[in-house]
Design a protein around this ligand. Structure first.
Ligand code: MSP
Length: 505
């Protein structure tokens, strides 16, 4: 049977400065889900990148006395460095300044123009340069500022091509009947604030700056950043350009398509993006997962509010795995979350040091002490705790398949807690003292299998420590997959390593 495909994307981030923990959040989620899908037998493609055009970048480059491309090249190198440190295993990093992408965007624009879905007109409205966004009345505070970034917007009136968004009302209403946007409250917000209201046509070109993709049919116009940016999700797959054409594989019906974004760009992804796809006769993504914000004292953490935490310093101080874990477990996607040193340390100590790390080291110590490092392999499939291991696999997958990463991790951690409690209850040291060796073998076998399950379930998150954790329980990481637990057909080596894996911080 042909393997199913999985395609996951993150937003492409503005290189108007270095990335912060908020961006790491989205990208880590995408990476964790993609690694899980790979384990589950999918062919995967993971796309991230940078959104390099627009007025804000043009201004930033000027401030730094650099040409825009020179300016973004430096910042994009920092993006890639961060993703390497964070073990982000993307398949492709797209830049909107890539020639293939530019060709693709021009082609998309031409198709829409030909179909009369884009028309020349004039646009008047409020524009936030910092967010490269035309504002609606709900997004304006004190007649002067954008509610998200709190920056002053500009009044904008110029010749512009417009996208006939208003024509797509029925299409959007039907689309929103499906589970295509998550969570539910954002779906309601889009319906109430936009779709069920008057849907306004969108300005899609600008003439007062030049750092952007030129409209071939009318070269004084550049394509508005969002049409340029959204197209990356298909241009990266080779949509109508000269690069390798992955469209057939990853934008086909045989593919599960997940697009992860932060909630502030939901309108672009759930309204304009589907309209572009529909206009090009392309399928819709299966899911737009719009997660909440990482806050800093009640405000969104963002460059423009100057309240950001640098992920590189967190990784260097603690570790990439520690950051990946906090993001994946402590920041469920459906609500806003916090990132503070205290919360971070508490979560690490409770979950990784006291639960997972402690379980592995006390069990491997017992194997070394009582069995000279040779893991007893006894049939224990009738034991209650054995079944809990199987249930954990089942429930973990169930949550991951719904992209509920935090809930999935919780299932794994609960298995760890139960095993730690089991050790306290059965007291293996007493079994040894009283020479109940057969019973002791059973207890250790059982713990060993559940530990393998626990480590394996956390593999997409703890990518640097997994190998070491498996080694401590005598197993080669490459030999374990979901099938291994069906017949317990894994080879176990002699255990000798006693190093503590997650030391308390
Ligand atoms: N370039 C556009 C996206 C185009 S996608 C076709 C953009 N870039 S951005 O640099 O501003 O990044 C926004 C994204 O970064 C959010 O959607 C989210 O994924 C992430 N986050 C930035 N700050 C965040 C928080 N404080 N909290 C959570 N995620 C945040 O918008």
């Amino acid at each position: 049977m042909k393997k199913k495909n999985f395609y996951v994307t993150t937003p492409i981030y503005y290189p108007s400065g270095n990335l912060h923990i908020g961006h790491s959040y989205t990208t880590t989620l995408a990476d964790v889900i993609c690694r899980y899908k790979k384990e589950d037998g999918f062919n995967t493609f993971f796309l991230t990148g940078s959104d390099e055009h627009g007025q804000k970048i043009e201004l930033k480059a000027k401030e730094n006395n650099l040409e825009p491309k020179e300016y973004v090249d430096n910042i994009v190198a920092n993006f890639k460095y961060l993703w390497k440190l964070l073990n982000i295993d993307y398949s492709k990093f797209i830049r909107t300044t890539d020639v293939d992408h530019i060709e693709s965007v021009q082609n998309i624009f031409s198709v829409l123009l030909e179909k009369d879905l884009i028309y020349p007109s004039k646009y008047k409205g409020e524009y936030c340069i910092s967010c490269e966004e035309f504002l609606t009345s709900e997004q304006i505070i004190d007649n002067k500022f954008h509610s998200v970034c709190k920056k002053e917007f500009v009044m904008f009136e110029e010749e512009s091509y417009m996208l006939r968004v208003s024509q797509f009302k029925k299409f959007l209403i039907d689309l929103f009947k499906k589970d295509f946007l998550e969570p539910e409250n954002r779906k309601k917000e889009m319906l109430n604030n936009f779709i069920n209201n008057e849907l306004e046509d969108l300005s899609v070109t600008r003439i007062n700056f030049s750092w952007g993709v030129q409209v071939l049919e009318d070269p004084k116009h550049v394509i508005y950043v969002w049409i340029d940016a959204l197209s990356n999700y298909i241009s990266a797959l080779g949509y109508k350009n000269n690069s390798t054409n992955l469209m057939n594989d990853f934008w086909s019906e045989n593919t599960e398509i997940l697009q992860i974004i932060g909630k502030e760009i939901t309108r672009f992804h759930s309204i304009y993006w589907p309209i572009i796809l529909k206009s090009l006769d392309l399928r819709m993504p299966n899911k737009i997962l719009s997660h909440g914000w990482i806050l800093s004292k009640n405000d969104k953490m963002s460059k423009s509010l100057n309240n950001v935490i640098d992920p590189i310093s967190v990784i260097k101080k603690y570790s990439s795995d520690a950051l990946r874990f906090y993001i994946s477990y402590n920041l469920p996607t459906y609500k806003d979350g916090n990132f503070t040193d205290e919360l971070f340390i508490e979560s690490f100590n409770t979950n990784l040091a006291n639960n997972v790390g402690n379980l592995i080291s006390r069990t491997s110590n017992m194997i070394i002490k009582y069995f000279d490092g040779l893991v007893p392999m006894v049939d224990m499939s009738n034991e209650k705790l054995y079944k809990k291991g199987d249930q954990a696999i089942y429930n973990f997958k169930k949550h991951m398949d719904l992209y509920n990463v935090s809930e999935a991790i919780d299932v794994a951690l609960k298995l760890g807690q139960e095993c730690n409690k089991y050790i306290e209850d059965v007291k293996p040291w007493d079994l040894q003292k009283n020479n109940k060796i057969e019973e002791l073998k059973k207890v250790i076998s059982l713990l060993h299998r559940n530990i393998l399950i626990l480590i394996y379930l956390l593999k997409p998150i703890l990518v640097e420590s997994t190998k070491k954790m498996f080694e401590q329980v005598g197993v080669d990481i490459d030999l374990i997959n979901f099938k291994s637990f069906e017949n317990n057909d894994y080879k176990v080596n002699k255990i000798s390593d006693r190093e503590i894996i997650f030391k308390r911080i």
